[in-house]
Structure formats: C-alpha cells, structure tokens
Design a protein around this ligand. Sequence first.
Ligand code: ZN
Length: 407
Amino acid sequence: MKKTVLKKYARQIVRVGANVQKGQEVILMAGLDQPEFVALVVEECYRAGAKRVRVDWDYQPLTKLAARWQKEKDLSFTKDWEKARLQDMVDNLPARIWLDSEDPDGLRGIHPRFFKAMQARRKVSKPYRDAIENKHQWCIAAVPGEAWAKKLYPALSRHQAVEQLWKDILFTSRADGEDPMADWEAHDADLKARSAYLNDLRLRSLHYQSANGTDFTIGLIPGGRFLAGSDTTLSGVRYSPNIPTEEVFTTPDRRTAEGIVFATKPLSFQGQLIENFSIRFHEGRAVEWKAEKGQEVLDQIVTMDEQSHYLGECALVPKNSPISESGILFFNTLFDENAACHLALGMGFNECVIGYENMSDEELFEKGVNDSINHTDFMIGSEDLSIDGVTEDGRTVPLFRDGTWAF
Ligand code: ZN
C-alpha cells in the first residue's frame, strides 16, 4: 500500500481515533505483521505531542507455547510487576491503541488451560480496568497480517492477499478518500443524529423478528441511552474507540431478555469458530444454547461467569453499511460486528446510563447494567430483520425493516 495513504490512515488513528494529547503517554499494542506501519503510528503519536510511546508486541505462537508448557497456576498468576504496570496505567491514564492484525486461526488448538488462566488474570486486572474506564482514550484499528489475509483470499499470493486486505480495511474504515479525517467526521455526525433520534423516542423495549426464527424481546433501562461513534472521556477528550464503527448501541436491562435469537454469522472467538448457533433467554438469562459447530467454545463463552449468561449490549447496524456491502466475512469482531445487528453476552456499558459518572457500580447493576469478565458480541442481523421499539407511553415505533433503518 502507498505510503501517502498509510500516513493518512496513521493520522486518522492517532488524531481522531485515540486523539493523543500533548504530554500524554501512549501504549500501543501490535502484532509483528506491519512494523513499518507501527512506526508511522508511533511517529504520528510524537507529532501529536506524546511524551512517551511504548509498543507491546504480540505473537500468537508464544501464547500457545506458554499455554502448552506452563502449569495452570503459573499461567494464571499475575506477577507483582504486571500489577505495577496496571497501576501505572491507572496513575498516568495513557492513550491506548491496538493495531489488530491477528490470524483468526492463530490460537487454534491452544491448550484449554489458557481459557481458565485468562479468567483468573481478568479477575485480577478488572479493578484496574474499572478504574480507568471512561477516563482515558483508546482506539482499536486494523492492519493486515499475512495469515489473516490468506484466510480471506486463499487463491491470491501472500503479497496480493495483504494488499487486498489493506484495501478492504481502508475502504470499510472510510480511510481511502482524499481526506479521511473529514469523511470520518461526517460519518460520526450521521451516527450521532441516529442515536439522538432513538433517545428522543424514550424506548422501553425492543422486539426483534426474523424469518430465521429469531423472536426476541428485551427491556431497556429507564434513563438509559443509545450511543454511537465517538466517545468523550470524563475530562472531555473526544476519541473514536473503534475504527471502523457503524453501530448505534445501548446497554439493556440484563434481567429482561425473553425468547430466542439465531446467529447470522459465524463467531470467531480466540481463534476458534462457532457456527449456526442459537441462544434462548428467559428472564434475562441464557437458558439454552446450541451450535452446529463449536459447541464447547460457545459453552466457554456463556459460562465464563454467572453474569456471562446475561446480555450487556444491543447494537443496531444496517445491512447497507460498507462492511456489510463488502460482503466479506473478516473473521474479526471489529469488522464483523459492524456488518450486522448484534447482541453481546457479558459486561454492559455504564456510560449508556445518563448520569453514570455519579453512580456506584452497585447502583448501575441495580438499574440493570450487566457486569462480567466477559463481553462477546454475536451477530443476529439478517436480510429481513425487523425491530420495533415500544416507547414509555406505549407506542410501537418501527426502527428496522428488511434489515435496515426504518427512519
Ligand atoms: Zn457492539
């Protein structure tokens, strides 16, 4: 890919994605796939005034080796220096950028103790993650890795596959135009207008129906709201956590899900694929889940902890988003979740409740916001999906018809 194009993309990630501030520290996570691009991003961070940029490199084969050779208690154990690093993040509130290039199959066959160890580690890191929530900017964007590109384009050479995936990433991230930053701002304004419309309706519940069998109702939290696009930290710094993003989302009342939903796309979870699955809910809780392929992985997701049986997110995405229209299954949640309406099992979003910054975690939980170590999106949007909203005063309003916005 041309360096001029990549420089603009790096700028989009640093300036409107993470919106790195003068004097701020930056932590960048990246695979080994695009070191030159990582350097472009780091340079852009310094140009934005970053006082220090740390890059944490990730290489999936090392994760597999650790899972294979370490004892579960060692793999699960968070060392003091690791805690110190988490504490340093809480103290310094760095901007965090993740350049995702992972091979969707990279962790296939990993020893199962890895998942248990992850749970144990997440329990330790959760208080730190809670302490920085909404206080710092973060951004996930994608760059092509060779294995990922070859999975999407097995018939192309390695080089051609990577080039094609660059094109796909830049197109769906609205980063391939003359002025990506301006295109991004226009897109953000459209998403903001849609979420404002939904919020003005004062919806109390959503009803989903599709010919594939989905028939599902979920309650929304009084005083809750839909969010979309850019986010703002409590100190007032605007940033775009996901590049790309197409979703307008909220956090539902976790106690209210009723009925059955059918997934419309495979779910790629830590390198493993779950296909053709459905989940039935009663009083908010997943009571039955079945997958034609990947049942054990689905079991792991749903039962990660008790609250993982409940929903934390409802997101609306029209079928005519660039990602959906590209027709590509990326095997990557950042893209695939923006191709279709989805739900997420696990953790909800406090910021979807107005005034959340003055409420305790207990109050938010009492209002219905789910809390879990898990947050896993799965797609339920279909060609014919219809969604009705029921308002506070009992009116039924069409929100989605034939898989796209009804307003
Ligand atoms: Zn989402």
